[in-house]
Design a protein. Structure first.
Length: 153
């Protein structure tokens, strides 16, 4: 019953309030005077009125709906563009970080290679000095041996 009253009262601005009328169709409090067919036709009319009100509201709201839809699409496109921009920036930053890491790693390998070369050169130099010292000691020993032989003979 309330739906029927709210549908009838919507045009009067009295939504939700009961408006008393003298006609049999709108006065549902006096149900004993209403026939079933009267009540059914009143319900059908109310339903049609609601449907017509919905259609007219929908038709009147169509331009604003289209404008809002276009605005939402523009916002979604801008959001997608910002997301793509963030993705590009993130990818560039990742590439820069990888390049810096590769450069740092190459520098570390070069430093390690230089250190290893320096150690190897130092080892070779030490070995050369040891060999030279050995040769000098051998030469001194041979000289002493030769001098001793010379003194004995």
């Amino acid at each position: 019953m309330r739906q029927f009253y709210s549908a009838l009262c919507a045009s009067d601005g009295a939504r939700g309030r009961r408006v008393k009328s003298n006609s049999q169709e709108t006065d549902l409090k006096n149900a004993k005077n209403n026939e079933l067919s009267d009540r059914r036709s009143a319900a059908a009319e109310a339903k049609a009125a609601l449907l017509n009100a919905y259609r007219s509201a929908k038709d009147s709201a169509e331009p604003t709906r289209l404008a809002k839809q276009a605005e939402r699409q523009a916002i979604a496109a801008a959001r997608e563009e910002r997301r793509a921009q963030r993705e590009r920036i993130k990818l560039e930053e990742l590439e820069r970080a990888q390049a810096a890491e590769a450069e740092r790693q190459a520098a570390a390998e070069a430093a390690a290679r230089a250190d290893a070369d320096a150690r190897e050169a130092a080892d070779k130099d030490r070995i050369a000095r040891v060999i030279a010292d050995e040769a000098a000691r051998k030469a001194e020993r041979d000289l002493r041996y030769a001098n001793r032989k010379a003194r004995k003979s």
